[in-house]
Structure formats: structure tokens, C-alpha cells
Design a protein around this ligand. Structure first.
Ligand code: SF4
Length: 343
């Protein structure tokens, strides 16, 4: 039985076989000691994706959302925040600035905002592709025809976090949304040829270690190319505003386990992790991460894109200086290519 084995033994199995039963994963998520897990994940990260850390320029182009996710400050029912939409011209100009700073991937993220037409979104993607960058979209659930049109326009990757793979918890936290549709959307994106990213929140009310272990096995079964995970941070104006937030260490353990289960994935040290912990980037990069997503937006938009509170207001060029200093400190280097998933 996995339960009788030590943390070192379980981490060793994962390092060799990149697979483990749910009991073993739960044990590694809850054992008092985690350092053997971190070391194994760091070795697998170095062997599988190397020292490079890919920087993805994030543009949060609209904070309108039709969704009502319980944990998210952008939910339609939150009237405390002022809403904004960037024009296509602004989005393209912001991307150009990110490219001038040397970034090779642009991530376009928004709430589920149906204001932009398929034609407008495709035109934005084409304009970005002309800048010789990889384009990642994070715009929520859309019909297959829209995903297909955006792919034809040149989009390379798509982020759609499942947030929790537990259907009952998902349903409780996402009124009006369908778990089945979320999962179907991920498989549709994959079938259309996108590199797909998913991930979860860690520390949600009602979430158990068994659910987190199931999340990891869900990601593996999906064969996701990118995994993003962060602590649940309660946001003002949401039904979970008064809930206890998630902690940093469980997120780090989840990241280490994801790296060990899926050695070649791209995985960010998320902004949420860096909000919760001043050393969040350093820690994330030491527990399996190989991506950072600096925010390229203008300060007033950054402030209004309030999925959770506490985001720091640092200009893009300054963020890059700070990130590069972290990489030097850790003996890592900025990724030179587009940073697609290693085959
Ligand atoms: S998590 Fe996404 S879909 Fe849900 S309310 Fe926030 S922005 Fe909208």
C-alpha cells in the first residue's frame, strides 16, 4: 500500500515512472515533510524542460464577464468594480510594446465577454501573429466554430482552467455553468490543434486533498500542455469574500506533483502565488515551474482586472528587470524561443 511508504519512496516512484496512485498523491500532498518532493520535481524540471523560463506577456483586455463564479471579483453580479474594454487598436499597441521588450508569447485574457465579434478577435490574433509571436487565448467558453476560426487566424494556445475537477464542487462554485461543457471545451480545443492549458485553484472551501489528487490525474488524462495553479484568494464583492484563503505550500506541492506526473508541461509560477507570497516566483520556480506571465497592461486596467485582490502595480519594463534578477539568483535563464511544449 502506498500509505506505508515514505515520502522519499513515493517521490522516487514518481520521478522514475511519472505516475502514482491517488493514495500516494494524497500522502505527498499531506505528509509533514515535502522537501524530497521539491527536489525530485526540480530534477525532473531540469531534465525535461531545462533551465529556461519562458516569459508570456499578459494583456487583460476586458473585465466584463457574463459568468458568476463564486470566487471571482469579475463576476457579473459584482457592481463594486468599474468595467473596461480595450479597443482592438489598444490591444495591438500593447502587444507591440511587449514584443519590443523581447517577449515571444502574448496571452490575451478577458472575462467571458461576448462584446468582441469573432471577426474582431480574429483580426487581433492575425495582427499579433504578424509580430512573430505565439498567441495564447484565455477568453472562456465559446462555440466550437469560434475556437476553430481563432485557430485558423493563427492562435496557438488556449487556457481554460477547470478550477476543480470535482463535478459537485464545480457545480456549487459556478452557477449557470456546466461541468460537462467545460470538459468538452477542453477536448474540443485539443482536437482543433491548440496547445491547451488548464489548472485549478488550491484551497477552495470544501476542497479536499483527494479532490486535488483527482485534479492532477484529470490533467494527466487530458494530456494538458500547460498547467496553471494558484491559491484561492477571497475577493471582495463575491459570495466567498469572507472565506479563508488558500495557503502557499499546498500550491507548491501541487506544482511539484504536476511536474513529476507530466515532465514536459509548461507551468507558470502564477501571479496569485506571487501575491500571496513575496517570494512566490522564486518558490514556484524551485517547485517545478518554468514560466512567468508578466502583466503588460496599463496600470488603470491592471487595477480593475480584480479577479482577486493584492495585485502589485509595477510597470512592465520594471517587472521584467525584477523577474530577470530572480532568474539570475536561481541560475535560470530567459527562454529564447516561443516556448511551446517540448515533445
Ligand atoms: S472566473 Fe472567469 S468566467 Fe468566472 S466570473 Fe471570473 S472572469 Fe468570469
Amino acid at each position: 500500500m502506498a500509505d506505508g511508504r515514505t515520502v522519499e519512496e513515493l517521490a522516487g516512484v514518481l520521478e522514475r515512472e511519472h505516475d502514482l496512485d491517488p493514495d500516494g498523491l494524497i500522502r505527498l500532498l499531506t505528509a509533514p515533510e515535502a522537501e524530497p518532493l521539491r527536489r525530485a520535481a526540480d530534477r525532473v524540471r531540469a531534465k525535461s524542460v531545462g533551465a529556461e523560463v519562458h516569459l508570456r506577456g499578459l494583456i487583460e483586455f476586458s473585465n466584463y464577464c457574463r459568468g458568476s463564479c463564486y470566487y471571482c471579483g469579475l463576476r457579473a453580479g459584482n457592481h463594486r468594480i468599474r468595467r473596461y474594454r480595450m479597443t482592438p487598436g489598444e490591444i495591438i499597441a500593447t502587444a507591440r510594446q511587449a514584443v519590443a521588450l523581447g517577449l515571444k508569447t502574448i496571452v490575451l485574457q478577458s472575462g467571458e465577454d461576448l462584446f468582441y465579434t469573432e471577426k474582431e478577435l480574429c483580426a487581433i490574433v492575425s495582427a499579433l501573429k504578424n509580430m512573430d509571436v505565439a498567441v495564447t487565448l484565455s477568453i472562456g467558453e465559446r462555440p466550437k466554430s469560434v475556437y476553430a476560426a481563432l485557430k485558423r487566424a493563427g492562435a496557438d494556445r488556449f487556457l481554460l482552467r477547470i478550477e476543480t475537477s470535482n463535478e459537485a464542487l464545480y457545480t456549487r462554485l459556478h452557477p449557470g455553468m456546466s461541468y460537462q461543457n467545460r470538459v468538452r471545451s477542453l477536448y474540443t480545443l485539443k482536437e482543433l490543434g491548440y496547445e491547451i492549458g488548464t489548472g485549478c485553484l488550491v484551497g477552495l472551501p470544501g476542497q479536499t486533498p483527494a479532490m486535488l489528487a483527482a485534479d492532477l490525474l484529470f490533467f494527466k488524462k487530458l494530456d494538458a500542455d500547460m498547467i496553471g495553479m494558484g491559491p484561492f484568494l477571497p475577493a471582495p464583492g463575491t459570495p466567498l469574500a469572507g472565506a479563508a484563503g488558500g495557503e502557499v505550500e499546498p500550491v507548491l506541492r501541487m506544482m511539484a506533483l504536476a511536474r513529476l506526473l507530466m515532465p514536459a508541461i509548461n507551468m507558470p509560477a502564477t501571479t496569485a502565488l506571487s501575491v500571496k507570497d513575496n517570494d512566490g516566483y522564486q518558490k514556484g520556480l524551485s517547485w517545478g515551474a518554468n514560466v512567468i506571465m508578466p502583466n503588460m497592461g496599463r496600470r488603470e486596467y491592471k487595477r480593475l482586472y480584480a479577479i482577486y485582490p493584492g495585485k502589485r502595480d509595477i510597470p512592465p519594463a520594471e517587472q521584467l528587470v525584477k523577474i530577470k534578477a530572480v532568474l539570475v539568483e536561481l541560475g535560470r535563464e530567459v527562454g529564447r524561443g516561443y516556448g511551446g511544449r517540448k515533445k
